[in-house]
Design a protein around this ligand. Structure first.
Ligand code: GDG
Length: 446
């Protein structure tokens, strides 16, 4: 039995190193903790095991669960709806049924490993019903929930079939954490609209308990990124990248995203294409490297996005490129952390222009990597990161002219001002790293 339990869709095993895993793994380890999640492979149920000092409790998903709960309700209904419906959400009854069944499986697995009075921390939009299910089964537990993605405005949330059950599910927690204060406020308004509750600021009374909703902006493992950025081999790779891209004079613009329609990749490429077309920049002086990590490729909307992006990349390179020198390098590949940091070090201008993003860790990683205080960040207003990084060149990604203006402003700004901006952004990110995020959340959860 464990005093601290993390519950997330994926286990911290083979899940690729991410901020969440590196933040929570040490806490779970030092508090004799457990982690409940899915291995990532369908129809697989390994026995519980120990991994780096953490008790791992696997939850099985069948192939149909993956289709209905994961790719369906989680990634085709909730994901687009919570991101301002930038792609139309799809609603299917069978997906909702599977989502509830899988959430129950997670709640049961959690109840079976949590000690009396344990602290349980549930993560993200795949598991919205788990806090409520767990509360009913185990009223002794202290339950926290953190949503990594945006929480939508009330009018949008109201479109969700069985919306009240999702609100009740979250209210099973003692503390519900969001990336931004506005998200917490949206949630509180819904408790009034759907359940007639009377929130007082961050707190609301529900079924004889008090539930708190508050923003805890997530961050990155700054030490890890700074360590990679200081590694001479990574620095050599960064210098080599510059050479490979055609000499020191070429201005390097960079995008790094999962290939996801929320990330604004097609709008960004369109803006870059227009800057080439109108002669503001030329293939001789500028190059854009876009890393688009394959993601959710079985979902139709992701395949369509890939086709749109690849057609546009081909058009731009065809129109503006030359033999041995193209204006846009598109990498539909996953890269190692060290390779990403080498790209961050090499990039003059980092383009982070999502249509909507809970936080966006790439923006913070770029800032953390720039120990030289060089580089410029062009950042969408609609990311959580924009609230903290207001020294970036902020843009509205829906407005191609504004995207172009932001890029041109970054190019035109002198090195002294760029350094001053980067220094302030670095102070912010270094003072609020992911350890502090986890500690803040768990301190309030108590
Ligand atoms: C969700 C929310 C919120 C990317 N490509 C590769 C790779 N990455 C890493 C990045 C970064 C992470 O993946 C992506 O994090 P983001 O925050 O940018 O975006 P989401 O994946 O959508 O994350 C988001 C986050 O959760 C945390 O709460 O910020 O708003 O949507 O760390 O570096 N890593 C490797 N190879 C790649 O090719 N190794």
């Amino acid at each position: 039995m464990n005093q601290f339990v993390v519950v997330a869709n994926r286990l911290p095993v083979d899940a690729g190193p991410g901020g969440l895993v590196s933040a929570l793994q040490p806490i779970a380890r030092s508090s004799g903790g457990a982690w409940v999640g899915w291995t990532g492979n369908p129809d697989e149920r390994p026995e519980p095991f120990e991994h780096e000092g953490v008790h791992i409790q696997p939850v099985e998903l069948t192939g149909e669960d993956v289709d209905h709960y994961y790719e369906g309700q989680s990634n085709s209904t909730i994901w687009p709806l919570f991101h301002d419906a930038v792609e139309p959400p799809v609603h299917r009854r069978a997906w909702r049924v599977a989502y509830e069944a899988v959430n129950r499986r997670f709640a049961e697995a959690t109840a079976s490993v949590a000690a009396e009075g344990a602290t349980v921390w549930v993560h993200d939009y795949q598991l919205l019903l788990v806090p409520g299910m767990l509360r009913r089964a185990r009223p002794d537990l202290r339950i926290g929930f953190f949503l990594h993605i945006p929480f939508p405005p009330v009018e949008l949330f109201m479109q969700l079939p069985r919306r009240t059950e999702f609100v009740r599910g979250l209210l099973g927690a003692d503390l519900v954490g969001f990336q931004q204060p506005l998200a917490a406020q949206n949630f509180m308004r819904l408790t009034t609209q759907l359940l007639g509750l009377h929130p007082q600021g961050e707190r609301v009374a529900y079924e004889g308990r008090t539930v708190t909703a508050r923003a805890f902006p997530i961050s990155i493992d700054v030490a890890e990124i700074e360590g990679l950025a200081a590694d001479p081999e990574v620095q050599r790779d960064a210098a080599q990248l510059r050479k490979d891209l055609g000499g020191d004079r070429r201005l390097l613009l960079l995008g790094v995203d999962r290939l996801d329609y929320t990330k604004g990749i097609d709008q960004r490429i369109e803006a870059y294409g227009e800057l080439l077309a109108d002669g503001t920049i030329s293939n001789d002086e500028a190059v854009l490297v876009q890393v688009a990590t394959p993601s959710r490729m079985r979902v139709a909307q992701y395949q369509q996005l890939r086709e749109r992006v690849e057609r546009e990349v081909g058009r731009i390179n065809g129109e503006f490129g030359d033999v041995g020198r193209v204006p846009l390098h598109y990498l539909f590949q996953s890269r190692t952390r060290a390779e990403l940091v080498a790209l961050y070090l090499a990039a003059d201008i980092m383009l982070v222009t999502p249509l909507r993003d809970g936080m966006n860790l790439v923006a913070k990683e770029y800032v953390a990597a720039r120990r030289d205080e060089g580089g410029a960040l062009v950042l969408s207003e609609f990311t959580g990161a924009a609230s903290e990084l207001d020294d970036a060149f902020l843009v509205n990604p829906y407005d191609v002219d504004d995207l172009k203006r932001g890029i041109v402003a970054a190019i035109a700004t002198g090195p002294e001002e760029l350094t001053a901006r980067m220094r302030r952004m670095r102070e912010r990110v270094r003072a609020h790293d992911v350890d502090r995020w986890a500690r803040d959340f768990l301190d309030v959860l108590g």
